[in-house]
Ligand binder design. Sequence first.
Ligand SMILES: Cc1cc2nc3c(=O)[nH]c(=O)nc-3n(C[C@H](O)[C@H](O)[C@H](O)COP(=O)(O)O)c2cc1C
Ligand code: SF4
Length: 488
Amino acid sequence: MNVYISLDSTAQSVGSLEIYNKLKAQNKPQLNIKKYSTLGLMWLEPLLELEHNNQRWAFRNVNEKNIDDILQNPQNSKNYLGNIEDQPYLKNQHRVIFRHLGKNDPTNIEDYIRLGGFLALKNSLSQSPQSIIDKIKKADIRGRGGAFFPAYIKWQTVLNESSDTKYVICNADEGDSGSFADRLIIENDPFSLIEAMIIAGIAVGAKEGIIYLRSEYTNAKNILQKAIDVAYKKNYLGKNESYCFDLKLAIGAGAYVCGEETALIESLENKRGLVRPRPPVPAISGLLDKPTLLSNVLSFIDIVRLLEGSRDMHTTPIQLSGACKQCGLFEVSNDITIEELISEFGVTPVDDVKAVQVGGPLGAFIPKEKFYLKLNNDELSKEGFILGHASVVVFDKHINMKDILLNLIDFYIHESCGKCTPCRIGQTRLKEILTDLPNNAQSNLNLLYDLLETMKEASLCALGGLTHLSVLSALKYFSGDFNIGELK
Ligand SMILES: Cc1cc2nc3c(=O)[nH]c(=O)nc-3n(C[C@H](O)[C@H](O)[C@H](O)COP(=O)(O)O)c2cc1C
Ligand code: SF4
């Protein structure tokens, strides 16, 4: 009997490694214990699956105490779920980017090939770089790092630059609170990212790639390094008869701003993570002043799906966390509303929810009366909100939004790189004004609006430039928590 269990960070944080070790130590010949990728259904972890006579049975919240009972009497266990594929929270998802999850051993390259891995690479080797970029343009692939920038413009710009040396960099800094999609790919489907980076190198004429990973992701680091080593051994990386592409891993040092592309490049150059003024953009002058294609993990994965022949590019991997009964990864079509996400996937009554923050710490707080909005960037931006990296953090109805906002401003102050004055000084002034409310409400608010306008217009990057989203939405929709009455 095959036993599948994930050793992904989330599963390990609730004890999956201990279960894995216990089963291994029992050394039962009838049990074939396999470490598999997670399904990202985090409230069920440690999730264990048994495969017997072509049937697959899933068990939720397994622990060292109940595992023996589960194995002895599987279908009578209170943790028994049936076939996980039949459960509404999985069946009603539309997994394109995350379609390998739950189906592979992350560092087993044969598993990856069995699932169709390296088909996109094969397809891209039989066409010109320009034809690859034309496909990206036609499919209107947008960056998933937050700004929804058309991917083909970056690829085309780097291809058009004439330079002996070019770089491809994957931004895996994933510093946004509530975001974990990049980590899920890296820990569970690392060869997808490696394949994507090779294709990018071939398409833009770069022979070197770097994945910049946040330092907190230690498990991801080990898995990715192992996958890179395997890819070298199997000749997918390095020099082979079709191409030459080297890939290495660089680890950040914990600054949120190093997720910003130019600060990331500074950090790779062993300098302090400060944002660079643009122009020039990295596609023209990036790492070591060379043309550099820099994109988010999920943006790279989109290209693999496209070149595999998938026409299905209209899903969003939503990362749901906070005050919800079911938190995890829900990849769904782009027209799901906030209400549907919370009630159907989060299984939480919207009446228990006060607000959601969408798009990380720089996103707006969206109140319940706007939960009819669809979770796509076009619809959210019409209301002045952002989708960002598609994280949705849910705040319970008892939360005080002034407390939440002040906590967030502390984060902005801590993470401001200090390169530009509006953000370096503005964030601290902002905290003083908000702390003083409701005193001198009118004059404080006038000052605050002026300050936010200056930060929006004059900041060098989105950390200062988008601060107004969280502050103004909190004040507008939750003015009661600031004791300042209704605002115009
Ligand atoms: C303060 C700050 C932090 C950022 N953090 C990340 C991050 O962790 N990951 C990411 O992909 N993009 C991040 N970005 C956006 C990047 O600057 C860049 O736009 C993105 O990596 C481009 O990738 P894309 O074209 O695939 O979206 C951040 C931007 C700012 C201003
Ligand atoms: S907005 Fe803030 S984080 Fe961005 S460059 Fe200016 S000081 Fe640095």
